[in-house]
Design a protein around this ligand. Sequence first.
Ligand SMILES: C[S@@+](CC[C@H](N)C(=O)[O-])C[C@H]1O[C@@H](n2cnc3c(N)ncnc32)[C@H](O)[C@@H]1O
Length: 228
Amino acid sequence: MRVPGVYGRLCGKKLNPRLQTIYDTELPLVDCSEAFLGQESTLIDPSTPWWMEIGFGDGIHLRTQLQRNPHVHFLGVEVFRPGIAQCLKDLSQNARNQLHIFPHNVHLLMPRLPKTVIEKIFILFPDPWPKYRHHKRRLLQPEFLSQCWKVLKDEGKLIIASDVIPLIHWMQNNLLEHQGFQYVEGAYSSDPLEWPAWPCDLTLSTYGRKAVHKTYFIWKKCLKQMHV
Ligand SMILES: C[S@@+](CC[C@H](N)C(=O)[O-])C[C@H]1O[C@@H](n2cnc3c(N)ncnc32)[C@H](O)[C@@H]1O
Protein backbone atom coordinates (compact mmCIF):
# COMPACT_ATOMS: atom_id res chain seq x y z
CA MET A 1 0.00 0.00 0.00
CA ARG A 2 1.21 3.50 -0.76
CA VAL A 3 1.81 5.43 2.50
CA PRO A 4 0.41 8.95 2.15
CA GLY A 5 2.83 11.69 3.18
CA VAL A 6 2.42 13.98 6.17
CA TYR A 7 1.81 17.52 5.03
CA GLY A 8 1.71 20.86 6.77
CA ARG A 9 3.61 22.08 9.80
CA LEU A 10 6.05 19.34 10.43
CA CYS A 11 8.16 17.38 12.75
CA GLY A 12 11.24 19.22 11.49
CA LYS A 13 10.65 22.43 13.47
CA LYS A 14 13.55 23.12 15.81
CA LEU A 15 12.69 22.68 19.46
CA ASN A 16 13.79 25.11 22.13
CA PRO A 17 16.39 23.55 24.47
CA ARG A 18 13.86 22.85 27.24
CA LEU A 19 11.43 21.03 24.94
CA GLN A 20 14.34 19.24 23.25
CA THR A 21 15.42 17.86 26.64
CA ILE A 22 11.89 16.68 27.42
CA TYR A 23 11.65 15.12 23.96
CA ASP A 24 14.99 13.33 24.33
CA THR A 25 14.48 12.05 27.88
CA GLU A 26 10.72 11.44 28.15
CA LEU A 27 9.77 10.16 24.72
CA PRO A 28 11.90 6.98 24.92
CA LEU A 29 9.96 6.00 28.07
CA VAL A 30 6.64 5.89 26.21
CA ASP A 31 7.68 5.46 22.57
CA CYS A 32 5.95 2.40 21.11
CA SER A 33 7.37 2.67 17.55
CA GLU A 34 9.47 -0.46 17.86
CA ALA A 35 6.59 -2.47 19.25
CA PHE A 36 4.58 -1.75 16.12
CA LEU A 37 7.19 -1.37 13.41
CA GLY A 38 9.17 -4.49 14.34
CA GLN A 39 7.84 -8.04 14.46
CA GLU A 40 4.15 -8.70 15.04
CA SER A 41 3.21 -6.65 18.08
CA THR A 42 1.94 -8.12 21.32
CA LEU A 43 1.84 -4.78 23.14
CA ILE A 44 -1.94 -4.52 23.07
CA ASP A 45 -3.76 -6.88 25.39
CA PRO A 46 -7.33 -6.86 24.02
CA SER A 47 -8.77 -7.67 27.43
CA THR A 48 -7.79 -4.16 28.66
CA PRO A 49 -9.35 -0.95 27.31
CA TRP A 50 -7.24 0.84 24.69
CA TRP A 51 -8.13 4.28 23.35
CA MET A 52 -6.31 6.14 20.62
CA GLU A 53 -5.92 9.79 19.61
CA ILE A 54 -4.65 10.61 16.15
CA GLY A 55 -2.98 14.01 15.74
CA PHE A 56 -3.09 14.88 19.46
CA GLY A 57 -1.28 18.21 18.96
CA ASP A 58 0.07 19.31 22.34
CA GLY A 59 -1.90 16.60 24.13
CA ILE A 60 -4.28 18.66 26.26
CA HIS A 61 -7.23 16.38 25.52
CA LEU A 62 -5.12 13.23 25.75
CA ARG A 63 -3.67 14.15 29.16
CA THR A 64 -7.09 14.93 30.57
CA GLN A 65 -8.39 11.57 29.37
CA LEU A 66 -5.42 9.82 31.02
CA GLN A 67 -6.22 11.49 34.32
CA ARG A 68 -9.95 10.76 34.16
CA ASN A 69 -9.53 7.16 33.02
CA PRO A 70 -6.65 5.57 34.94
CA HIS A 71 -7.69 2.07 33.77
CA VAL A 72 -7.28 2.95 30.08
CA HIS A 73 -4.19 2.52 27.90
CA PHE A 74 -3.82 5.41 25.51
CA LEU A 75 -2.14 5.23 22.12
CA GLY A 76 -1.22 8.77 21.04
CA VAL A 77 -0.13 9.46 17.47
CA GLU A 78 1.50 12.75 16.48
CA VAL A 79 4.32 13.84 14.19
CA PHE A 80 4.72 17.42 15.43
CA ARG A 81 7.71 17.24 17.77
CA PRO A 82 7.02 20.44 19.78
CA GLY A 83 3.50 19.08 20.44
CA ILE A 84 4.85 15.69 21.57
CA ALA A 85 7.31 17.41 23.95
CA GLN A 86 4.52 19.61 25.39
CA CYS A 87 2.38 16.54 25.94
CA LEU A 88 5.17 14.82 27.86
CA LYS A 89 5.94 17.80 30.12
CA ASP A 90 5.61 16.98 33.86
CA LEU A 91 3.78 13.75 33.18
CA SER A 92 3.02 11.73 36.31
CA GLN A 93 4.34 8.19 36.64
CA ASN A 94 0.78 6.83 36.50
CA ALA A 95 0.06 8.68 33.28
CA ARG A 96 3.38 7.48 31.86
CA ASN A 97 2.39 3.88 32.55
CA GLN A 98 -0.84 4.34 30.61
CA LEU A 99 0.61 6.25 27.65
CA HIS A 100 2.12 4.86 24.43
CA ILE A 101 3.25 7.36 21.84
CA PHE A 102 3.75 6.63 18.16
CA PRO A 103 5.69 9.72 16.98
CA HIS A 104 5.33 9.04 13.23
CA ASN A 105 2.86 9.16 10.40
CA VAL A 106 -0.34 7.38 11.45
CA HIS A 107 -0.47 5.72 8.02
CA LEU A 108 2.56 3.65 9.04
CA LEU A 109 0.81 2.49 12.19
CA MET A 110 -2.71 1.60 11.03
CA PRO A 111 -1.78 -1.47 8.95
CA ARG A 112 0.39 -2.77 11.84
CA LEU A 113 -2.28 -2.61 14.52
CA PRO A 114 -4.05 -5.86 15.43
CA LYS A 115 -7.72 -6.24 14.54
CA THR A 116 -10.54 -5.33 16.97
CA VAL A 117 -8.45 -4.03 19.87
CA ILE A 118 -9.29 -0.31 20.20
CA GLU A 119 -12.40 0.97 22.00
CA LYS A 120 -12.28 4.62 20.97
CA ILE A 121 -10.44 6.63 18.34
CA PHE A 122 -10.38 10.42 18.86
CA ILE A 123 -9.64 12.66 15.88
CA LEU A 124 -9.98 16.24 17.06
CA PHE A 125 -9.75 19.12 14.62
CA PRO A 126 -7.95 17.29 11.82
CA ASP A 127 -6.22 19.47 9.22
CA PRO A 128 -8.94 20.82 6.87
CA TRP A 129 -6.96 21.15 3.61
CA PRO A 130 -9.53 23.56 2.15
CA LYS A 131 -8.26 23.65 -1.45
CA TYR A 132 -9.92 21.04 -3.66
CA ARG A 133 -6.60 19.84 -5.04
CA HIS A 134 -5.47 19.11 -1.46
CA HIS A 135 -8.55 17.10 -0.42
CA LYS A 136 -6.61 13.90 -0.98
CA ARG A 137 -4.42 14.94 1.98
CA ARG A 138 -7.39 14.87 4.37
CA LEU A 139 -7.20 12.14 6.96
CA LEU A 140 -10.62 10.49 6.83
CA GLN A 141 -10.28 9.00 3.34
CA PRO A 142 -12.38 5.86 2.66
CA GLU A 143 -9.31 3.61 2.95
CA PHE A 144 -8.37 5.15 6.31
CA LEU A 145 -11.94 4.61 7.55
CA SER A 146 -11.59 0.93 6.65
CA GLN A 147 -8.38 0.78 8.70
CA CYS A 148 -10.18 2.38 11.67
CA TRP A 149 -13.02 -0.12 11.19
CA LYS A 150 -10.55 -2.99 11.31
CA VAL A 151 -8.77 -1.94 14.53
CA LEU A 152 -11.91 -0.90 16.43
CA LYS A 153 -13.62 -3.39 18.71
CA ASP A 154 -17.23 -4.25 17.86
CA GLU A 155 -19.29 -1.10 18.53
CA GLY A 156 -16.01 0.79 19.05
CA LYS A 157 -16.33 4.54 18.53
CA LEU A 158 -14.85 7.17 16.26
CA ILE A 159 -15.02 10.55 18.01
CA ILE A 160 -14.43 13.45 15.66
CA ALA A 161 -14.46 17.22 16.16
CA SER A 162 -14.07 20.10 13.76
CA ASP A 163 -15.01 23.71 13.10
CA VAL A 164 -14.67 23.64 9.32
CA ILE A 165 -18.09 23.24 7.70
CA PRO A 166 -16.98 21.86 4.29
CA LEU A 167 -14.69 19.36 6.05
CA ILE A 168 -17.48 18.30 8.43
CA HIS A 169 -19.74 17.72 5.42
CA TRP A 170 -17.00 15.75 3.62
CA MET A 171 -16.21 13.56 6.68
CA GLN A 172 -19.88 12.80 7.38
CA ASN A 173 -20.42 11.86 3.72
CA ASN A 174 -17.45 9.51 3.83
CA LEU A 175 -18.76 7.90 7.03
CA LEU A 176 -22.21 7.41 5.49
CA GLU A 177 -20.84 6.02 2.26
CA HIS A 178 -18.50 3.64 4.05
CA GLN A 179 -21.46 1.82 5.61
CA GLY A 180 -19.28 0.22 8.29
CA PHE A 181 -20.22 2.94 10.81
CA GLN A 182 -23.43 4.02 12.43
CA TYR A 183 -24.25 7.49 13.76
CA VAL A 184 -24.39 7.63 17.58
CA GLU A 185 -24.53 11.26 18.72
CA GLY A 186 -23.38 14.80 18.03
CA ALA A 187 -23.84 16.71 14.79
CA TYR A 188 -25.53 14.81 12.00
CA SER A 189 -25.55 17.66 9.51
CA SER A 190 -23.02 20.33 8.64
CA ASP A 191 -25.54 23.08 9.44
CA PRO A 192 -24.36 24.90 12.60
CA LEU A 193 -27.99 25.67 13.54
CA GLU A 194 -28.53 21.96 14.10
CA TRP A 195 -25.39 21.33 16.13
CA PRO A 196 -25.87 20.09 19.71
CA ALA A 197 -24.11 21.62 22.70
CA TRP A 198 -20.50 20.60 23.27
CA PRO A 199 -20.47 17.59 25.64
CA CYS A 200 -18.91 18.25 29.05
CA ASP A 201 -16.94 14.96 29.00
CA LEU A 202 -15.11 15.88 25.75
CA THR A 203 -12.22 18.09 26.84
CA LEU A 204 -11.42 20.93 24.51
CA SER A 205 -8.11 20.54 22.74
CA THR A 206 -5.99 23.57 21.89
CA TYR A 207 -7.61 23.93 18.45
CA GLY A 208 -11.01 23.42 20.06
CA ARG A 209 -10.36 26.26 22.51
CA LYS A 210 -9.54 28.62 19.65
CA ALA A 211 -12.47 27.60 17.45
CA VAL A 212 -15.53 29.86 17.67
CA HIS A 213 -18.06 27.52 16.04
CA LYS A 214 -17.24 23.90 16.56
CA THR A 215 -18.96 20.60 16.72
CA TYR A 216 -18.36 16.94 17.35
CA PHE A 217 -19.85 13.70 16.12
CA ILE A 218 -19.55 10.10 17.25
CA TRP A 219 -20.05 7.09 14.98
CA LYS A 220 -19.69 3.50 16.06
CA LYS A 221 -18.44 0.49 14.18
CA CYS A 222 -21.35 -1.59 12.98
CA LEU A 223 -21.14 -5.15 11.83
CA LYS A 224 -23.84 -5.09 9.18
CA GLN A 225 -21.42 -4.42 6.36
CA MET A 226 -18.08 -6.21 6.23
CA HIS A 227 -16.01 -3.41 4.82
CA VAL A 228 -12.41 -4.59 4.90
C1 LIG B 1 -5.03 20.90 13.26
S1 LIG B 1 -3.97 20.03 14.31
C2 LIG B 1 -5.04 19.57 15.68
C3 LIG B 1 -4.26 19.21 16.91
C4 LIG B 1 -5.12 18.77 18.14
N1 LIG B 1 -5.89 17.58 17.81
C5 LIG B 1 -6.02 19.87 18.61
O1 LIG B 1 -7.25 19.75 18.41
O2 LIG B 1 -5.51 20.87 19.18
C6 LIG B 1 -3.81 18.44 13.48
C7 LIG B 1 -2.68 17.60 14.04
O3 LIG B 1 -2.62 16.34 13.35
C8 LIG B 1 -1.27 15.98 13.15
N2 LIG B 1 -1.20 15.09 11.97
C9 LIG B 1 -1.62 15.39 10.72
N3 LIG B 1 -1.42 14.37 9.88
C10 LIG B 1 -0.86 13.38 10.63
C11 LIG B 1 -0.40 12.05 10.33
N4 LIG B 1 -0.50 11.56 9.09
N5 LIG B 1 0.13 11.31 11.32
C12 LIG B 1 0.23 11.83 12.60
N6 LIG B 1 -0.19 13.07 12.94
C13 LIG B 1 -0.72 13.84 11.97
C14 LIG B 1 -0.56 17.31 12.91
O4 LIG B 1 0.82 17.24 13.20
C15 LIG B 1 -1.30 18.24 13.85
O5 LIG B 1 -0.68 18.36 15.10
